[in-house]
Design a protein around this ligand. Sequence first.
Ligand code: LLP
Length: 406
Amino acid sequence: MLPFQYIDDQLHCEAVPLAALAAEFGTPLYVYSANRLRENYRRIASAFAQLKPTICYSVKANGNLSILRLLKDEGAGFDIVSGGELFRVMTIGAEAGKVVFAGVGKTAAEIEAALRAGVGWINVESEGELRRVNEIAGRLGAKPNVAIRLRPDVEADTHHHISTGSAASKFGVPMEAAWAMARRHWPNVSLRGVHVHIGSQLGSPNGTLRAIEAALEFARRASRAGAQIDSLDIGGGFPVAYRDDDAPPDVEAFAAIIAPRLDSWPGRILIEPGRSVVANSGLLLTSVQYNKERIVIVDAGMHTLIRPALYEAHHRVWPVERGGELRRADVAGPICESADFLARDRMLPPMAEGDLLAVLDAGAYGLAMASNYNSRPLPAEVMVDGESYRLIRRRQTPGEMIASEV
Ligand code: LLP
């Protein structure tokens, strides 16, 4: 069953009409297909099966507890970047050994919480951070596995906001500095991993392959010097198609290039996919408020889905009820910012007040990047599984929105 399709001109998520969900839960509303989530996860697992990787779903893409639980049931570990994400994965009972803690700015409190939880890996991004991890581990009597995130000086084929591997990036440690870090003695950590992640929505596997080559070279150099690097985390970044005529390389194409290169690697392999697991399993439902010349003003906007405003990202917009002659329209949100458009120059049927639109491929970095800007409460989320569905996040109330203010 397709996750989102028209049945009698009514857009459905699996077997459930989206109009019924909007009527029951209101809009803006994120809707996810449980079966598409499972399928995406299994597809990544089977593409890379020969490497027997630990797949650590990147929680930043969408951290809803129900989504995390579903992926945990599929066997996923988790890639986290904050104390808040650690709290989420521990709340769902994730196996701590399959959790990787990454990120450039971990505070001492976050590192301590991660060590107490017993996370599998701390991926450090600077010498200062390694010193801090070593110090805290000593105090706690822990000996965590640590990987150095390399900055392999590879330019990723993607939007500059989500490219992370180049020399100008704040992410990772330049190769020589990483080497100097690896050669020093850190008594309280087990420094045995390398990590690379060069960007998101990658247009080709080539950059990742070059980064992996750099990581393998680093591991070889370490082993010649008597140090043991036996874990390689190759990051995420697998792209999804956001346009009808988009055909980015699929995860099988990435695996076909990457897996043969790693076949002879004797150590452990980790992968951190985010977008490729959740993006096309979710859409955003919004209802039309006004027609203003050719602009359709809706109740979702940059506070609900910031990707179009922030990255000029393209998301397909489909009418929930199909029919009528198509004409050019822009779709804008209610926020007091000129950048608050969800889509420009699209062919849509005439939209009346109260009609519904679906913004596709919004499952990744959608709700996760939503805000209360203009004091608009966060939207609700629903998970559909075949013919059944359930609310997985209540709509935030105005009272909840202001509850922590004093
Ligand atoms: N691993 C690391 C170290 C990362 O920084 C990221 C994403 C991932 C894994 C997951 O990457 P993915 O498989 O999702 O491409 N907000 C932006 C994307 C930011 C990505 C940040 N890091 C967007 O909406 O396009």
